[in-house]
Design a protein around this ligand. Structure first.
Ligand SMILES: C[S@@+](CC[C@H](N)C(=O)[O-])C[C@H]1O[C@@H](n2cnc3c(N)ncnc32)[C@H](O)[C@@H]1O
Length: 224
């Protein structure tokens, strides 16, 4: 029996780990916790500061995953291009976006989100237009029994494993005309040698490293 399977339920398409009691993974942009963050998180969300989220700004989210970060950015007025290389995740996201479009509470937010199933390095290499922010949140290895990874993200991590080195994606992002590149990393470590961020924002369990256009990393790469 395969370890994982996709099923279509009345609530939507979901990923299940068979022989496990873990709740299946179904992406729901109108879930209680996400609505709470949309309505009450506001500028307290460090992510929004890190990507400089403002109405009308365009963010490329290179690692869409469960779409949580993309949704929060879109809820704050950004138009967001979501890139996701896993066909299974992209299918779950597409299903959630389709349901969200039919929900009057969040349809306007969903209307600012566009999904592309693609490997982000190749998509960035072909990008011609300037963009405001490029966001990277690859799956980093978590300490055993970490309380930081819960629910859907835990199942996602079991399904995909960790994403490997961020440096290729970071270099592809820095080579574009983006105003800033933001990498979410563990609180300690995970640096890319030779590419020093211009500044950092630190949360309890992770940090955002921010590379500005023409900043230290761009100079190191000779891309300005
Ligand atoms: C940690 S999750 C992202 C979580 C996301 N920020 C959220 O709010 O749900 C990382 C996701 O990025 C995807 N990913 C990793 N590297 C990628 C790449 N080079 N191109 C496209 N997707 C990638 C993985 O398949 C995974 O779904």
């Amino acid at each position: 029996m395969p370890r994982f399977r996709l099923t279509q339920t009345a609530a939507g398409c979901q990923l299940e780990e068979q022989l496990s009691r873990q709740k299946p993974l179904l992406i729901d942009f109108n879930s209680g916790p996400l609505q709470h963050r949309r309505l009450h998180g506001g500028r307290k969300e460090l992510l929004l500061k890190a990507v400089a989220a403002r109405p009308g700004r365009h963010v490329v989210d290179c690692t869409a995953g469960l779409g949580v970060d993309a949704f929060l950015m879109a809820a704050n007025g950004c138009t967001v291009t979501l890139l996701e290389r896993s066909p299974v995740l992209a299918l779950l996201l597409a299903d959630a976006l389709r349901r969200g479009q039919q929900d009057p509470q969040i349809a306007a937010v969903i209307g600012r989100m566009a999904l592309v199933q693609v490997e982000a390095c190749s998509w960035l290499a072909a990008l011609q237009e300037p963009t405001d922010s490029i966001y990277i949140d690859q799956m980093f290895p978590q300490p055993q029994k970490s309380a930081a990874v819960k629910g859907g993200m835990q199942l996602l991590q079991k399904f995909l494993g960790h994403d490997g080195e961020v440096s290729g994606l970071l270099q592809a992002a820095l080579a574009t005309n983006s105003q800033r590149v933001i990498v979410k990393r563990p609180l300690v470590g995970g640096e890319t040698p030779g590419l020093v961020p211009d500044y950092q924002l630190k949360a309890r369990a992770s940090r955002f490293d921010i590379y500005v256009r023409g900043g230290k990393a761009a100079q190191a790469l000779g891309s300005i």
